[in-house]
Design a protein around this ligand. Structure first.
Ligand code: F6P
Length: 493
């Protein structure tokens, strides 16, 4: 499916209703810099997937205005047309106070729900104050949705765990509005979920949706099981839906993806060539032959220390590879106000120092840890230079770095090392699939990647590219809207 096909599906399904997309993270962030205002695309899988969709179908995207220059570029209602040089949709920014951002984003969303949903042995912390702030902020988003809808029919497409209460809040105010929610992170099993003190209210919030999507069937199963045990409702496993107050929420798996074709075009652009030259200059003499590349937000779910330890182990076990292989890690700073993230950053600094100290020579540094927000074209350049891309998440709903890497390899070469605990591993069977907790295995696989012959690399890449080409992000969007059409036209039994 292509952008235009999706547009047709969405306009058929919406039948004149307004399309309103809602997320916490905005598609672009405007930051103040010395020379004026800089436009950044956030390092977010959600943005990577949703932006091309909204660009294709139009509508309004409501999101938190978090950039230091965000207020400077919008109109008096907080709106801006995007992309700025040729607007296709409207971004409506929602302003939050520092206290709201603290309690709702850093607190409840990322200190409670994020670790609760990712099984990575980082303990969630619960605070009633954060929960109350989360509730208030969800109401702020509801107000923005209702203002945008006015008195007209609307379809609201809500993204992610920051806005779990929003579906119910919208339905209470406007039962006629169609609500679709997509949960971009895993859904845990009910044993893990039941420690959340406000679990019932959260489930009730989500059961305001008409259609609720997850990446994997496994997450759908976990969700219905959690609902079955956690809240008064009727769960229908035949049709995969849950009734609360007589109204159904259909639960479905839609594995998310990327704009495969656009990435393929962008990677051939001269900007990417210039970025590659820039990287080579930055790596300088220390670029020892083959490059392993990681590109992640610095998050404890991404398995970055495990990746570094395995790389270290490979160099210890195969010293003949010293000076011939370098690990380049693009590391986008993330959520650094949260203690667990600060600790992770300290741990990474120590590890990188230790590994470099152990192996470096006068002309080669084994690990280049580039802590910065790299823009889209720079990330494409890094993918394109990679002999091996390394995705070692300990738990990840999908992981779009893997799919972006594959899409960028129009040259047909490149190896993907991919954690079996990502949603992407279910589709990309031709990656070198690893358990990132098993450092010995990861080191062995890294070594085998160094040795893999070109024809094997190409065969594997061809199969992965065919998979991502077939299941691109427009197909993902199309499947969601077609399913919405199907369930909304049904008589409920
Ligand atoms: O893709 C999962 C996700 O949590 C998105 O919801 C989020 O935008 C992204 O990762 C990055 O995190 P953040 O928005 O907190 O920077």
């Amino acid at each position: 499916m292509r952008a235009n096909d999706l547009k047709k599906v969405v306009s058929r399904v919406s039948a004149g209703a307004k399309l309103i997309v809602v997320s916490n993270r905005e598609p672009v962030v405007h930051e103040r810099i010395a020379e004026g205002v800089k436009v950044l695309r956030p390092a977010s899988g959600m943005v990577t997937a949703i932006e091309p969709i909204v660009r294709a179908v139009g509508g309004t995207w409501i999101a938190h205005g978090s950039g230091s220059a965000d207020r400077l570029v919008v109109d008096e209602r907080g709106r801006i047309g995007l992309p700025q040089d040729d607007p296709k949709y409207v971004l409506q920014r929602v302003w939050l106070t520092r206290a709201e951002e603290d309690g709702y984003y850093y607190g409840l969303s990322n200190t409670a729900i994020w670790p609760l949903c990712h099984h990575v042995y980082t303990r969630p912390h619960f605070s009633r104050r954060d929960w109350e702030t989360y509730r208030c902020v969800n109401k702020r988003f509801r107000d923005a949705v209702l203002a945008e809808a006015g008195n007209e029919p609307a379809i609201v497409f809500i993204q992610d765990y920051h806005l779990a209460l929003l579906p119910r809040l919208i339905k209470e105010a406007r039962p006629d509005i169609k609500v679709i929610q997509f949960w971009h992170i895993p859904w845990p099993n009910r044993e893990a979920f039941r420690i959340l003190p406000w679990g019932e209210e959260m489930l009730d919030g989500m059961l305001g949706s008409d259609l609720l999507g997850f990446h994997l069937q496994y997450h759908c199963n976990n969700f219905l099981d959690t609902v079955d045990r956690g809240i008064e409702s009727r769960v229908d496993y035949e049709q995969f839906r849950a009734f609360r107050g007589g109204r159904p929420t259909y639960v479905r798996a839609f594995p998310i993806s990327v704009d495969y074709e656009q990435i393929g075009r962008d990677v051939e652009s001269p900007i990417v060539g210039r970025q590659m030259d820039g990287f080579l200059k930055e790596l300088g003499e220390s670029n020892g032959g083959k490059l392993f590349v990681g590109a992640d937000r610095v998050d404890y779910t991404k398995g970055i220390p495990e990746r570094l330890r395995a790389f270290d182990m490979m160099l210890n076990g195969h010293p003949e590879w010293k000076s011939r292989v370098t690990l380049v890690q693009l590391a986008a700073p993330s959520r650094t106000h949260i203690e667990a993230y600060r600790k992770l950053n300290d741990e990474l600094d120590d590890l990188v120092d230790e590994i470099n100290w152990r192996h470096q020579t006068e002309t080669w540094m084994p690990v280049r840890f580039l802590r910065a927000h790299y823009d889209y074209y720079a990330v494409l350049a890094a993918y394109r230079m990679a002999h091996v891309a390394v995705v070692t998440s300990l738990h990840d709903g999908m992981n779009l770095v893997a799919k972006e890497f594959v899409s960028s390899r129009t040259d047909g070469d490149g190896i993907l090392i991919l954690s079996k605990y990502t949603g992407a591993a279910r589709e990309l069977a031709d990656a070198l699939v690893v358990n990132p907790y098993d450092i010995d295995q990861l080191a062995d696989v890294m070594y085998s990647a160094c040795l893999m012959p070109e024809d094997t690399r190409r065969q594997r890449m061809e199969k992965m590219r065919a998979q991502v080409a077939k299941s691109n992000v427009y197909r993902w969007g199309g499947r969601i809207f077609e399913e919405a059409e199907r369930i909304l036209s049904r008589k409920v039994a």
